[in-house]
Design a binder for this molecule. Structure first.
Ligand code: SF4
Length: 139
């Protein structure tokens, strides 16, 4: 099976704070499969570490008030291009991220509150018919 995955879940230090979200359940699931690790925010040209960002009214803004929507959407587009080329059977994405969140994301207030709905990369991949699963649904 071919699996696309948020790179931070595999242990890559691409998270906004320079760390990762290494997840042993995900790593066990990836073992023996063909793995395509992607980080849309890095692929969109953002540095690591970076100021955290959230989606508000359909636009991705950084906590310090910059409009970073273009970088987020460029990264999402690159992930889509890879997915269209590689045709992964399954895509596993990190929960609650403004890029990768599938079921929920932070609500744009930078207060830790969540709202229902995907991040920009997850939304694009789901919209193109890929089988996209939130980390929270990996048992
Ligand atoms: S954009 Fe996705 S892959 Fe990159 S650090 Fe955030 S959650 Fe992980």
């Amino acid at each position: 099976m071919k699996i696309m995955v948020s790179a931070c879940l595999t242990g890559e230090n691409c998270k906004y704070n320079g760390g990762n979200n290494r997840n042993e359940k995900v790593l066990a699931l990836l073992a023996g499969n063909e793995v395509i690790a992607v980080c849309p925010e890095v692929m969109g040209g953002l540095p690591t570490p970076r100021v955290p960002s959230e989606l508000r009214d359909g636009i991705v803004m950084s906590r310090d008030g910059r409009n970073v929507d273009a970088q987020f959407r460029a990264g999402a587009q690159k992930c889509l291009e890879i997915a269209l080329r590689e045709k992964p059977d399954l895509i596993i994405l990190q929960s609650r991220s403004p890029s990768c969140g599938v079921k929920q994301r932070y609500d744009g207030s930078f207060s830790g509150k969540l709202t229902d709905g995907p991040g920009v990369t997850a939304e694009l991949l789901i919209g193109h018919g890929f089988h996209v699963v939130d980390l929270e649904d990996i048992r």
